[in-house]
Design a binder for this molecule. Structure first.
Ligand SMILES: NC(=O)c1ccc[n+]([C@@H]2O[C@H](COP(=O)([O-])OP(=O)(O)OC[C@H]3O[C@@H](n4cnc5c(N)ncnc54)[C@H](O)[C@@H]3O)[C@@H](O)[C@H]2O)c1
Length: 349
């Protein structure tokens, strides 16, 4: 981070166009960064307090979440993601989620960058899902049939990161409440990959015909409740967190990103905790899987439920800021911090 006065960092803005350009073609780097963030988190080198949910009585489907966090180690950055989810935005023709990411200097506390956050959020979510998929698949056969349950922006990013794993995919499947979205995702995202694509008209056939299923819907309450649909023991990336009924959760191996975080906010695993009164059905964290200290049994489905840690946004955001600043593509806001003399107003002559 550059400095405009001794001890004072520059303040830079990084627009979405630059974030996109910086991250384009860097999926392997991002997966490495995200895995390193999980390792730091697993070793207690992060601070990641609970996310704060702002909800609105007059707009029950909408929310804005604050995710403050701090990352130690070589990364050394504090900050906060402020991310809105307004599902009805799709009717306006704009994405559901929008976000800012603020990075703070751990030495002075000063914010030194404000980045468009929705791309970073989608990318870190996808990289985390793909890391989990890679680690879990290494403990069983690599999936050859991949299913997308919910076909929005997050599903598109996850597909991009899964494709990076180099698996031989025989078949893709999709299901969405909206046939239009499912058809569009099949045509624009999946068919260019070459493997056959089936647009399913019911959720059961998608699940039964997929070795790996990505849940990326906006469902608020469980709607996939029959454990028999998972009798073939697939890998399930439960990114949208609230799709699976408690019977499905309790008959699966459950891997999470952070136990305390994910057992909140009426996620499916939170509902399972409320039903059983214990957390025994949570078997491991992703850190345990990545470090090889947990191997998931192959005779049950394995469900990865990531609450989404603010530390992931910070490591990816710091990476983007560094590259954007070096390339001269971050916009420095001169004079952003103004009253710098404690006893004299900045305008005083
Ligand atoms: N865990 C994390 O870290 C993390 C991070 C980012 C986003 N998310 C979650 O990912 C989800 C998807 O986000 P997005 O930006 O792609 O949303 P989006 O609105 O772009 O897409 C959601 C899609 O799901 C479909 N859908 C909704 N309910 C469905 C149902 N019951 N069955 C089938 N399809 C259904 C919608 O028609 C839509 O096409 C959201 O729930 C979001 O909160 C999780």
């Amino acid at each position: 981070m550059g400095e405009q006065r001794t001890g004072l960092p520059d303040f830079r803005v990084v627009p979405g166009s630059v974030v996109h350009r910086v991250l384009d073609g860097r999926r392997k780097d991002v997966m490495d960064l995200v895995e390193e963030a999980y390792r730091l988190h697993g070793r207690g080198r992060t601070v990641n307090p609970p996310s704060y949910f702002l909800r609105f009585p007059d707009r029950p489907s909408a929310r804005i979440i604050a995710l403050p966090a701090s990352v130690g180690g070589d990364v050394g950055v504090d900050g906060i993601k402020w991310i809105s989810s307004f599902p009805d935005n799709l009717n306006l023709g704009i994405p559901r989620a929008s976000a800012l990411l603020v990075l703070n200097d751990p030495r002075t506390g000063y914010p030194f960058a404000c980045l468009e956050g929705s791309i970073i959020s989608a990318v870190r979510t996808a990289a985390s899902a793909a890391s989990a998929a890679r680690a879990l698949a290494a403990q069983r056969a690599a999936p050859r049939r991949i299913g997308f349950f919910g076909t929005g922006l997050i599903a598109r990013h996850i597909h991009g990161y899964l494709a990076e794993l180099g698996w031989d995919v025989d078949e893709y499947g999709v299901f969405d409440l909206s046939d239009t979205y499912a058809e569009s995702f099949a045509a624009q995202v999946l068919r260019p990959q070459g493997a056959p694509v089936t647009v399913h008209r019911d959720p059961e056939t998608l699940i039964r015909s997929s070795d790996l299923i990505v849940f990326a819907t906006t469902a608020a309450t469980p709607h996939v409740v029959d454990p028999d649909w998972f009798a073939h023991h697939p890998i399930v990336l439960h990114v949208s967190l609230r799709d699976l009924g408690t019977d499905v959760i309790l008959r699966s191996t459950n891997v999470v990103d952070d136990v305390d975080h994910v057992l909140k906010a009426d996620t499916s695993v939170h509902l399972a905790e409320q039903l059983t009164g214990n957390r025994d059905f949570v078997h491991a964290t992703l850190h345990d899987v990545l470090t090889g200290s947990f191997t998931s049994p192959t005779d049950r489905p394995v469900v990865f439920s990531p609450f989404g840690l603010g530390v992931l946004d910070l490591v990816v955001g710091a990476f983007v800021h560094e590259l954007a600043a070096t390339a001269g593509e971050a916009v420095t806001v001169d004079g952003f911090f103004h009253e710098l003399d404690r006893h004299q107003s900045a305008g005083a002559s």
